[in-house]
Design a protein around this ligand. Structure first.
Ligand code: TYM
Length: 322
């Protein structure tokens, strides 16, 4: 049975890009595999320096995962920082990671280009991510396209370590869905916590309606035919939430002319809102039972740590540490 692992960083509120790119595929895979899912709170330290916020986002993401269908009976679920071995492994593999490899990282280049302070954590981010993956003998990592390069680096690091110290790590593969690899945000760019263009999975109804109704469209009249209807952002997003025939009907009406953008956005909001309705109810239930959520994470950490200890012992042994 392949071991599946993925993580999400608690640096903000989760959005539908996170859901379709990583959470839903992970949740679909939990039944047929050996599933390991975690909240990457160490990774959030490069983006966030407020302890209260980190705690709140971490708890929020735990609720989101469980509400959306992560089943602790099927998947091991934990907070990254409950397994400090991951930092030790980062050192072992980091000592073999060429500077040039890290200098080529898109995420590092993008962030520093935006003026984010270039510190060691930001630079070493992909090594910590490789440690997450390698520590658990992972075979498959479901992620969005923005993580592809990190997975390639993880493979390079694993191969180099195995070559240097003997077979130690499983070399993992990414699982990126072709259609859901890059979910667009409200402005048409990739949806991202750091671009301010997100549609949250859970949030205030009024605010989310306003965001969706505020999507900027061109100035063509409703009557005008629109041969580029398939490229329309609201149509693309509607396809995520509405049954295929319903979404196709909206697309055809937009193409033929006669459907106004306002009505299209209204339909998008309704389908989006209804899509997450059952998860919203589950989330409210869980939020009233935080002891249970904490227990899930603690028990998950115990199970994850047992696996981590074995890999760590093997890695230490192979590179001549005690
Ligand atoms: P993060 O928290 O930025 O994103 C979590 C997951 O959501 C996916 N994603 C998207 N997918 C499609 N369209 C989008 N617009 C979109 N935005 C985000 C991401 O690709 C990701 O799969 N470094 C990771 C967390 C991490 C991790 C790991 C992941 C730490 N260790 C080990 C896998 C394995 C991150 O910050 O993801």
């Amino acid at each position: 049975m392949p071991r599946i692992l993925t993580g999400i960083t608690p640096s903000g509120t989760l959005h539908i890009g996170n859901y379709f790119g990583a959470m839903r595929p992970a949740i679909e895979l939990q039944a047929g595999g050996d599933a390991y899912y975690f909240i990457a709170d160490y990774h959030s330290m490069t983006a966030l320096t407020d302890a209260k916020e980190r705690r709140a986002f971490t708890q929020g993401i735990a609720l989101d995962w469980l509400a959306c269908g992560l089943d602790p009976a099927k998947a091991v679920f934990w907070r990254q920082s409950d397994i400090p071995e991951v930092c030790e492994l980062m050192w072992l593999i980091g000592s073999l990671t060429p500077m040039g490899l890290l200098e080529r990282a898109h995420s590092y280049k993008d962030k520093t280009a935006k003026g984010i302070e270039a510190n060691f954590g930001l630079f070493a981010y992909p090594v910590l991510m490789a440690a997450d993956i390698l520590l658990f003998d992972t075979n498959v990592v479901p992620v969005g396209k923005d993580q592809k390069q990190h997975l390639e680096m993880t493979r390079d690091i694993a191969i180099k370590f195995n070559h240097t110290y003997g077979e130690t790590f499983v070399v993992p593969e990414e699982r990126i869905s072709e259609t859901l690899a890059v979910i667009p945000g409200l402005d048409g760019q990739k949806m991202s916590k750091s671009y301010g263009n997100t549609i949250e999975i859970f949030g205030d109804e009024k605010a989310l309606r306003k965001k969706i109704m505020g999507i900027v469209m061109d100035s063509r009249t409703p009557q005008e035919p629109k041969p580029d209807a398939d490229k329309n952002l609201a149509v693309q997003l509607l396809k995520l939430f509405a049954p295929a025939d319903v979404a196709a009907d909206f697309e055809n009406r937009l193409r033929a002319g006669g459907l106004g953008y306002g009505d299209l956005k209204k339909a998008l909001f309704e389908h989006y809102w209804n899509f997450f309705a059952p998860y919203r109810a589950k989330r409210a239930e869980l939020a009233a039972n935080l002891d249970y959520v904490d227990k899930v994470l603690r028990e998950g950490a115990d199970r994850a740590r047992a696996v981590a200890a074995k890999t760590m012992a093997r890695a230490r042994q192979n590179c001549g540490l005690r």
